[in-house]
Ligand binder design. Structure first.
Ligand SMILES: NC(=O)c1ccc[n+]([C@@H]2O[C@H](COP(=O)([O-])OP(=O)(O)OC[C@H]3O[C@@H](n4cnc5c(N)ncnc54)[C@H](O)[C@@H]3O)[C@@H](O)[C@H]2O)c1
Length: 368
C-alpha cells in the first residue's frame, strides 16, 4: 500500500516523501526492510542539500557517462570523478577530477572527509577477461579495494553503490532467465569477487546499517567510451569496425546469447536506484535487464543499415568459456516492482543510436 502511494507521488528523490515513509516505517514492526541493527544511514538529502558524490574508477567505460548524468541532476561540482589514470583534457575540464587509488585507504578517507562526500559510486574493478589473465590484480582491486570502500563508507555514513554483473552467476545457475536469487557459483575471479561484494555489502547493511545498493548490470554498450576488457566487449567493437572497415572478427561464437544494455539505460537505472527511498528496497541487490542477443542477431540488425558488413569468427576460448557459463537473460521483475525500473532501448533502438553516434568523423573517444 505504501509503495503504491509512493508511486503516485513519483519514484524520483523526494526528501519529504522519503522522510514520511521513514517515519511510517519507524512505527511499522512488520517492515522487512529494516536493517538488522535497526538503522540505515540517511545520507542523501537529510538537510535538503544535494548529495556530494565520488565515483571511483571513473575513467572506465561507464564512469564518465554516469558523471555527466549525475552532474546534470545535482550540479557539476557535486560529482567528483576519480581514478588512477590521467584524464584526457576534455574530461579534466568537464568537472572535478581527483587521483585516487582505492588500495590506498588513507588517501581515500581523506578525499571523502575533505570533500564532504555523501554518496560513493564504486566503479573501480578489474573486469572478467583481464581478471583471468591477472588473478592477483583482480583479487587486490576487486576484493581488498572493496573492503576499503565498505569500511570507509560505514565509518562516514555514506550511501554506497557497487555494481555487480551477469558474471556473478555461473554454469550451475539457471540461465534463461536468471532470477535474482539462485545458485551463484561463478568460475572467474571477477565473478567470485562480485559475489563477495554482494554478500559483504549486504552483511554491512544488516550488521552496521550501511546504505549499500547493488545492481547486476548486463553487458553495457556505449558509443563514446571503450570497454575495459570484459567478455561482452565484442558488442561495442563491432559497431566501430562496421563503420570503419566493414569487417569485424568476433571472438565469441555466433550463437552466444548474452544480456546487454545501452549505456543510457544503465546510468539512468543507477541514478534512479540511488535515489529510491531506502524503505522501498526489499532487497539490496537487484538484477536489471534490457535485451538479449547473439553476435548473429546483432550482425543482422546492423546489416539492415550497413548491408556490406562482414563478420568472421575467431573464437577466444577464454572468453567463450566465460560466456557459456553466464546468463542468457536476467529476470528483473523485482527491480521493476520495487523502484520502477524500465528499460528504453531494445536491439533496433540500440543499433540506430550507436550508428548515429559512431560516424567516421566521430570515432570513439577513449578515456585513456
Ligand atoms: N562495462 C560493463 O559492461 C559492465 C557490466 C557489468 C558490471 N560492470 C561493472 O561496472 C563497473 C565499471 O565498469 P567499467 O566498464 O567502467 O570498467 P573499466 O574496466 O572500463 O574501468 C574500471 C576503472 O577502474 C580503474 N581502476 C583500476 N584499479 C584501480 C585502483 N586501484 N584504484 C582506482 N581505480 C582503479 C581503472 O583505471 C579503470 O578506469 C565495474 O565495477 C564493473 O565490474 C561493468
Amino acid at each position: 500500500m505504501l509503495r503504491g502511494a509512493l508511486k503516485t507521488v513519483g519514484s524520483r528523490s523526494q526528501c519529504g516523501v522519503e522522510q514520511l515513509i521513514s517515519a511510517l516505517r519507524g512505527v511499522s514492526s512488520s517492515s522487512q526492510q529494516l536493517s538488522g541493527s535497526g538503522r540505515t544511514h540517511a545520507s542523501s538529502c537529510t538537510d535538503g542539500d544535494p548529495p556530494k558524490i565520488l565515483i571511483t574508477g571513473g575513467l572506465g567505460q561507464l564512469g564518465v557517462g554516469l558523471a555527466s548524468l549525475l552532474r546534470r541532476r545535482f550540479g557539476k561540482n557535486n560529482v567528483i570523478l576519480s581514478d588512477i589514470r590521467k584524464p584526457p583534457n576534455h574530461i579534466y575540464h568537464s568537472g572535478p577530477f581527483i587521483f585516487s587509488d582505492i588500495l590506498d585507504s588513507k588517501n581515500l578517507r581523506e578525499l571523502i572527509v575533505n570533500n564532504n562526500i555523501s554518496w560513493l559510486v564504486h566503479y573501480s574493478a578489474v573486469l572478467s577477461a583481464v581478471g583471468e589473465n591477472n588473478v592477483a590484480l583482480a583479487k587486490e582491486v576487486n576484493i581488498t579495494g572493496l573492503h576499503n570502500i565498505l569500511d570507509i563508507a560505514t565509518e562516514h555514513g555514506l550511501r554506497v553503490f557497487v555494481p555487480s554483473t551477469i558474471g556473478a552467476f555461473g554454469p550451475s545457475s539457471p540461465r534463461d532467465p536468471t532470477p535474482d536469487l539462485c545458485v551463484q557459483r561463478p568460475r572467474t575471479i571477477y565473478g567470485v569477487s562480485k559475489v563477495h561484494a554482494e554478500l559483504m555489502g549486504e552483511y554491512y547493511h544488516y550488521r552496521y546499517g550501511l546504505d549499500f545498493r547493488c545492481l547486476r548490470y548486463p553487458g553495457i554498450i556505449s558509443a563514446d567510451s571503450q570497454p575495459g576488457g570484459g567478455t561482452t566487449d565484442y558488442a561495442v567493437q563491432i559497431f566501430h569496425a562496421a563503420v570503419k572497415s566493414g569487417h569485424f572478427e568476433c571472438n565469441l561464437r555466433s550463437d552466444t546469447q548474452l544480456p546487454m544494455m545501452y549505456i543510457d539505460d544503465c546510468v539512468r537505472a543507477t541514478l534512479e536506484f540511488l535515489e529510491a527511498p531506502a524503505d522501498t528496497l526489499v532487497s539490496r541487490t537487484y538484477n536489471i535487464n534490457a535485451m538479449s542477443f547473439t553476435p548473429q542477431d546483432l550482425t543482422q540488425e546492423i546489416q539492415k543499415v550497413l548491408p556490406d558488413l562482414r563478420v568472421t569468427y575467431n573464437v577466444d576460448p577464454v572468453r567463450q568459456a566465460i560466456a557459456d557459463g553466464w546468463p542468457m537473460a536476467l529476470e528483473d521483475s523485482a527491480a521493476r516492482r520495487d523502484w520502477g525500473w524500465k528499460h528504453e532501448y531494445d536491439l533496433p533502438e540500440l543499433v540506430q543510436t550507436m550508428l548515429t553516434h559512431i560516424t567516421p568523423g566521430n570515432q570513439v573517444a577513449q578515456a585513456n
